[in-house]
Write a protein that binds this ligand. Structure first.
Ligand SMILES: Cc1cc2nc3c(=O)[nH]c(=O)nc-3n(C[C@H](O)[C@H](O)[C@H](O)COP(=O)(O)OP(=O)(O)OC[C@H]3O[C@@H](n4cnc5c(N)ncnc54)[C@H](O)[C@@H]3O)c2cc1C
Length: 486
């Protein structure tokens, strides 16, 4: 008889777990995948607005080393080369001291790329030698076989200063980018996570950045869900998990409910709004042999909140030490072109929204639309700006970017539309990779013999808070389940 597996969450980790389980053991497993809304992809999802245009949850970059995500998409029958377009290896730091944008080009071989990065011209001449010497050391450490987790207790700035970087150099945008662009976080990042990202991007090919040609949910996650169904999987939307039901060391059921208002999960839900159970819709899902939770950390730690016995146990108590951050994203459409000749991210502007990409050349819905000059997709973090209104955030961002003559006056470019998302609900928050975080991140196993964890916040082969990390964690959780079948 087939064993039954319940996978909770249909973001990158949940979809990867559910498909991998069936790929490995469809003759021995029945797999049901439930999630709280109906948009697939979790934090990497997109929704359609009433005017037909889509919006993302903040732009999502695919990096050259995302082999697992690309392979999953190919297995689902989608040619990843048609879906992900390269940003041509370019990115453009803005350095406030000169009010100029520079260009970092990742072309060439690994040594040439490292040389160009280390001799970056956006620093005043007097600082270049020191920066270059430090960067050479960083590359050596990242590309060695050393255990990088030993740097987890340090923030990257301290690591840099301890390795000879003059402290004032940590303020330059090119340096801040190392810790901010990948992680999108307001605070100091563990040196381990920065070095790990460099290790994974160890060649221009593996460091190349791509964006998706269209709405992530439609172009990437729905084909994967169709593939999951074709393998025999069952997908149930509008199923919000609220509590574990357990006995001894086993999960015997999961309390679930429909999300509250009709708006939840249909794309009209306001960003930042918490999803809560609709009264009277609670029930218990039972009869599963295994459960894999891909619920985000900030939601997971609020389940069974009254059960002290569970939360005082060493495994669960440790999870309470992890924190997460709220991101902000904004899409601004202009009638005249802006940043037309700058493929890739432009970064280094002040918080809260310091990074932007012009998506007009990439998104197929906009590419050939003559009424749209640019589609600027900004991301950043909310910390420190919680009390600001949306229009204040938008206005200060327009002012900040307009400071650079190479960007130009954004208002004068004719603002057609502004859409701002404050991703502050628990399910929308990202794990904060602060110094010392790794000792508190769990692996796939839990004290419950039949409950496994996946998700970008769970330790995995990639270990960065990104889609590829989520997919890697899903594969690891699926392998744990399959290992228990014999
Ligand atoms: C603004 C922003 C920009 C980002 N940029 C990038 C980028 O450029 N590149 C990159 O690789 N990554 C990026 N990320 C990170 C990436 O989105 C995440 O790492 C990834 O989505 C994590 O996948 P996951 O499956 O672990 O979790 P999630 O994507 O959060 O998916 C969790 C799933 O669980 C469901 N769920 C939550 N709570 C419950 C519950 N109680 N019951 C049932 N279901 C539940 C959700 O609906 C969702 O389906 C970005 C994230 C944000 C917010």
């Amino acid at each position: 008889m087939k064993r039954r597996v319940l996978v909770i969450g249909a973001g990158p980790a949940g979809l990867a777990t559910a498909t991998k389980l069936l790929e490995l053991a469809r003759d021995r497993l029945d797999v049901t995948l439930v999630h709280q809304g109906h948009h697939l992809g979790g934090k990497a999802s997109s929704t359609r607005r009433s005017d037909g245009r889509f919006v993302e949850h903040g732009w999502h970059m695919v990096v050259g080393f995302y082999d697992r995500l690309r392979a999953l998409l190919r297995r689902a029958g989608v040619n990843d080369r048609d879906v992900f377009v390269s940003m041509k290896g370019q990115s453009h730091p803005y350095e406030p001291w000169s009010r100029r944008l520079y260009t970092l080009d990742a072309g060439g071989d690994a040594i040439e790329f490292a040389r160009r990065f280390a001799t970056y011209e956006g620093l005043p001449g007097a600082d270049r030698v020191n920066y270059s010497a430090f960067m050479s050391q960083v590359f050596l450490e990242a590309f060695s076989h050393a255990d990088l987790t030993r740097h987890d207790d340090l923030c990257f700035d301290t690591f840099a200063i301890e390795h000879g970087l003059r402290p004032h150099l940590t303020k330059y945008s090119v340096f801040r980018f190392l810790r901010e662009a990948y992680f999108n976080f307001p605070e100091q990042i563990s040196a381990y996570h920065v070095l790990q990202s460099m290790r994974l991007m160890s060649s221009p090919k593996r460091a190349e950045a791509f964006v998706c040609v269209g709405p992530w949910s439609e172009v990437v996650w729905e084909p994967i869900a169709r593939y999951f169904r074709a393998l025999g999987g069952v997908l149930e939307p509008f199923t919000l998990a609220t509590d574990w039901v357990w006995s001894g060391r086993r999960i015997t059921g999961v309390r679930v409910a429909r999300p509250d208002s009709a708006g939840h999960g249909d794309g009209t839900r306001a960003w930042g709004e918490e999803v809560t159970p609709a009264p009277g819709t609670e029930r218990t899902l039972e009869g599963f042999d295994f459960v894999v939770s891909t619920i985000p950390h900030a939601v997971f730690v609020k389940m069974n909140r009254a059960e002290e016995r569970m939360w005082r146990s060493p495994f669960f108590a440790r999870l309470k030490n992890l924190r997460s951050a709220a991101t902000v994203s904004m899409t601004l459409t202009t009638s005249k072109p802006v940043l037309a000749n700058r493929p890739g991210p432009v970064f280094g502007f002040p918080a809260p929204l310091g990074i932007v990409v012009n998506m007009k050349p990439y998104w197929r819905e906009y590419r050939d639309d003559p009424s749209v000059g640019s589609v600027l997709d900004f991301v950043g973090q909310e910390a420190g700006f919680e009390g600001w209104t949306d229009s204040q955030l938008a206005s200060v961002t327009l002012d900040n970017f307009s400071r650079s003559p190479q960007v130009g006056d954004l208002r004068a470019a004719g603002v057609l539309d502004v859409e701002l998302h404050r991703n502050r609900a628990d399910a929308e928050r990202l794990l904060l990779c602060e110094p010392g975080v790794n000792q508190f991140r769990p692996g796939a196993r839990t004290p419950f013999e039949n409950l496994f964890l996946a998700g970008d916040w769970v330790r995995n082969e990639v270990d960065l808070i990104c889609m590829e990390g989520a997919v890697a964690s899903g594969h690891a959780a699926a392998a744990e389940v399959v290992a228990r079948l014999s």
